[in-house]
Design a protein around this ligand. Structure first.
Ligand code: GSH
Length: 390
């Protein structure tokens, strides 16, 4: 049992197979359940192993463990990356290759060759959808969308198109993890979205949103319907990226609050998050967008967190010192962007709300989705009057 550095749970396996069954995870027999709800009322089956034991595991056991990981629910979610002090520590994305406009590159920009796997719930994946739309790349890079519920199999695909989620039609895969193993059978990291997939070589080019959006902005000019839109002009790129990196304290801060497992970790995350929100409010009290009068990737990177903030993070992640509505500039800025087609049309509030409240049993054990808050993102904003753009 000590061979497992993973939490073992088979709730989703049962759900996916739509049949009650018993399966063996390493040396432990566990009963799979047929539905998520059943698991919630009876509690999760979970086997926690001691860290450090993996080094001494025999080769056969490792092989068995890997095979088990492929089929059964052995999902360690990103939220489990927590330090001894109870702080959420996000791991770096593993796939960091690059699509290039240069035809001789390893991954040359081509129409129809690449695909994005996304979740509508995920703020990081949402960045890629917005950028794809702003650049007019809808006919160049296709998209597949996971279910909003993330259980012990990680992100999954529906059998049929359902509520915005789409089947995985290249391989008939049921989960994102299968894509990771297809690209890299030895993969040992988190199974995150977005995934930028190369259909030609069956590989993952990148699973880092901040880099994917730069590629979409810059490397597909030949194919982009809106090639004149430049969200990262070269002469300003360094400053824009530095600002966006700074505001990462907001993007990541909501998760650090929500996934904190100690009071100390939560208190610190909350303080840092709101200090940075105060800074963003200050920036937006002086300029229309994060970087002056032009919409840039820094806005795309920040906005996907803002739009989820009052609806989900305030309640579910306890980021409740203030709401975005309480910051006049952040709020109006958020409204302005929401009212642009690329932002609105890629925002799916059902996925957002149901994913978070439904997929973190350690935070919300019964998965009850709150009715509120009542929010209207279509109310007029004041950004035109405040910062007219000639
Ligand atoms: N650095 C990544 C982070 C992506 C990420 O953490 N995605 C989350 C969804 S919001 C995920 O897929 N988590 C899977 C898990 O928790 O196992 C990026 O910005 O692309």
């Amino acid at each position: 049992m000590a061979a497992f550095g993973v939490r073992v749970s088979v709730v989703e396996w049962g759900r996916l197979q739509d049949a009650s069954r018993v399966t063996k995870i390493g040396s432990v027999w566990v009963a799979a359940r047929t539905s998520q709800r059943a698991s919630l009322s009876t509690g999760r089956i979970s086997v926690k192993a001691q860290a450090g034991a993996e080094a001494g595991v025999e080769a056969g056991q490792v092989k068995q463990q890997k095979a088990d990981k492929m089929v059964a629910g052995t999902h360690l979610a990103a939220m489990d990356d927590v330090s001894q002090k109870g702080e959420f520590k996000r791991k770096d994305a593993a796939f960091r290759d690059w699509i290039s406009a240069d035809p001789s590159a390893k991954y040359p920009a081509e129409a129809g060759r690449y695909r994005l796997y996304v979740s509508y719930a995920c703020p990081w994946a949402h960045r890629t959808l917005i950028t794809r739309k702003l650049k007019g790349l809808e006919d160049v890079i296709d998209v597949r969308v996971v279910n909003h519920y993330m259980g012990d199999m990680g992100w999954t695909f529906p059998d049929q198109e359902n509520d915005g989620a789409t089947p995985e039609d290249l391989f008939g895969f049921k989960s994102i993890r299968e894509l990771y193993f297809k690209a890299c059978p030895e993969y040992g990291g988190r199974f995150t979205v977005p995934v930028l997939w190369d259909k030609k070589t069956n590989s993952i080019v990148s699973n880092e949103s901040k880099e994917i959006i730069v590629m979409l902005n810059r490397e597909f000019q030949e194919f982009a319907a809106n090639s004149k839109v430049d969200l990262l002009p070269a002469e300003h790129a360094q400053k824009i990226e530095a600002l966006a990196e700074h505001l990462y304290t907001i993007n990541n801060g909501v998760y650090r609050c929500g996934f904190a497992r100690s009071q100390e970790a939560y208190d610190e995350a909350l303080r840092e998050l709101f200090a940075c929100l105060d800074e963003a409010e200050e920036i937006l009290s002086k300029s229309r967008y994060i970087y002056g009068n032009m919409l840039t990737l820094a806005d795309v990177r920040l906005w996907t967190t803002l739009i989820r903030f009052d609806m989900v993070y305030v309640g579910h992640f306890k980021t409740n010192l203030r709401r975005i509505q309480d910051y006049p500039n952040l709020y109006n800025y958020m409204l302005e962007l929401y009212q642009m087609d690329a932002f609105r049309s890629t925002t799916n509030f059902t996925h957002i709300k149901h994913h978070y409240y439904g997929s973190h049993p350690s935070i919300n054990p019964f998965g009850v989705i709150p009715g509120g808050p009542l929010l209207d993102f279509d109310v007029p904003h004041d950004r035109n009057e405040k910062f007219p753009i000639a």
